[in-house]
Ligand binder design. Structure first.
Ligand code: NDP
Length: 413
């Protein structure tokens, strides 16, 4: 039915690639391309052995529009799944436009030199995608992604007006490392050290990082301290569902994680500006010497932290992510909680990756499937909640992320 190009070969891309290969009737041809082709080759070998597929690989620096245009122009994918980093969103979108390819990602654009994310940079491509008759699907992971689709589903089936939306993200897993992040450490630490932000009565309210927190009870897990964070889906959801009076995002963190994070910040290791470092060097004559080099502390930290892709084997426990919604139906106030719980071990057994990569890679594959089967295909640049949620929700149940509903329970919020 369609040819797909996956860019990136990290945790999320690995899960998405497994899922793509599990659906050969939809994804008839597959290529994985990334900065380090070796990782793509190792992954392709695993996939081809396990599923009898013929996954191809390529090397690409996705920061270079020129290299991307060359690759996309020769492979001619129907859709490009951008599962590299948010830094590459704009270059990949640009290359898609130049070569007539459709586009999907899981995280909105962030400039490398500023820890700041918002949709405006990608929404600026709307007219060009529309005119080219191409579709760009933004934010198709779990959060953003499934949480936005849960909201669209609630709006379609359970509410006349959504008034209060709280997205709740709990990771109750244990990877048995002193400190590690569950997805790319650089992106993760940039996200959670930012100021908090939420939407109330038509405007954004800023908080200090981690200032607002409270225990919330997660199904099958119990109470966990949950912290209000700024998260990207809030920006599009309050536009696409204008009856929303308040929208917030909560994430759980353990005390040990927060203590480490505090230290990382206090000693300057979360800095994203360049610092000079006296690095050891071997001179052309073979003598040991030193030279001043510029390094970004957070990128250096990433190099010494555990790789999120290697956490799976000893990871136990589960994630629980969902939407707690209050609003009106037939003039009556109603509450609704929709969520998925995902086991780290089950994810590892199926794909070799932990649950956070799994909960992101599966929806990315379903989004591409929605596009290739013609269920989600409209020219322009769209956030996932702008499409019909029903066929996507149906696939979540079939592809390993079943969801559950609680009507008129206590939302605690
Ligand atoms: P990883 O760091 O594990 O993988 C990133 C991959 O991108 C690596 O293979 C890396 O290559 C590759 N890459 C980086 N820069 C380039 C480049 N210039 N050109 C080509 N390839 C490049 O990250 P994750 O898999 O954990 O995360 C992937 C994406 O998913 C991120 O954007 C993240 O923000 C997003 N995400 C979204 C979530 C959601 O729910 N919506 C949740 C979790 C993550 P190399 O191997 O050479 O380093």
């Amino acid at each position: 039915m369609g040819r797909v190009l996956i860019i990136g070969a990290g945790g999320v891309a690995t899960v998405a690639a497994h899922k793509v290969c599990q659906n050969p009737d939809v994804f008839t041809e597959v290529m994985i391309a990334s900065r380090t082709e070796k990782k793509c080759i190792v992954l392709a070998e695993i996939l081809n052995r396990k599923y009898g597929t013929n996954v191809k690989t390529a090397q690409v620096d996705a920061d270079s529009v020129e290299q991307l245009v060359r690759l996309l122009g020769s492979y001619k994918p129907d859709i490009v799944m951008n599962l590299a980093l948010p830094y590459q969103d704009l270059t990949i979108m640009e290359a898609c436009l130049q070569t007539g390819c459709n586009y999907l990602d899981t995280a909105n654009y962030e400039p490398k030199d500023e820890a700041h994310f918002e949709y405006s940079w990608q929404w600026a491509y709307r007219e060009r995608f529309e005119k080219a008759g191409l579709c760009a699907i933004l934010g198709c992971g779990f959060d953003p992604g499934v949480t936005s689709i849960f909201t669209a589903y609630a709006d379609k089936h359970h509410f006349d007006e959504i008034h209060y939306l709280d997205i709740v993200d709990c990771n109750a897993g244990n990877h048995h490392k002193a400190f590690a992040t569950n997805f790319n450490p650089e992106i993760n630490i940039r996200e959670i050290t930012q100021k908090g932000l939420y939407w109330e009565d038509g405007k954004y309210i800023e908080t200090e990082p981690m200032e607002i927190h409270k225990p919330l009870t997660y199904p099958g897990i119990g109470p966990k301290e949950s912290y209000l964070l700024h998260h990207e889906e809030i920006e599009s959801l309050v536009i696409n569902f204008p009856t929303i009076k308040r929208a917030r995002f909560w994430m759980t963190f353990g005390q040990q994680y927060l203590t480490y994070l505090d230290v990382i910040q206090n000693i300057g290791m979360s800095r994203i500006d360049e610092v000079e470092y006296e690095a050891p060097l071997v001179s052309p004559q073979g003598k040991m010497t030193t030279a001043k080099v510029k390094i970004v502390p957070l990128q250096f930290l990433k190099a010494v932290l555990p790789n999120p892709q290697d956490l799976g084997q000893n990871y136990d426990g589960e994630t629980s992510i969902g939407c707690r919604i209050r609003g009106l139906r037939n003039g009556q106030e109603h509450t609704y909680y929709i969520y998925n719980n995902c086991s780290h071990q089950a994810a590892y057994e199926e794909t070799g990756m932990q649950g956070v990569s799994y909960t992101t890679g599966v929806p990315a594959m379903i989004g591409a499937m929605m596009f290739l089967t013609g269920l989600w295909n409209k020219p322009g640049v769209h956030n996932v909640e702008e499409f019909d949620p029903d066929p996507f929700m149906d696939q979540l149940n079939k592809q390993g992320l079943p969801w559950h509903e609680i009507h008129d329970g206590d939302l605690e919020l």
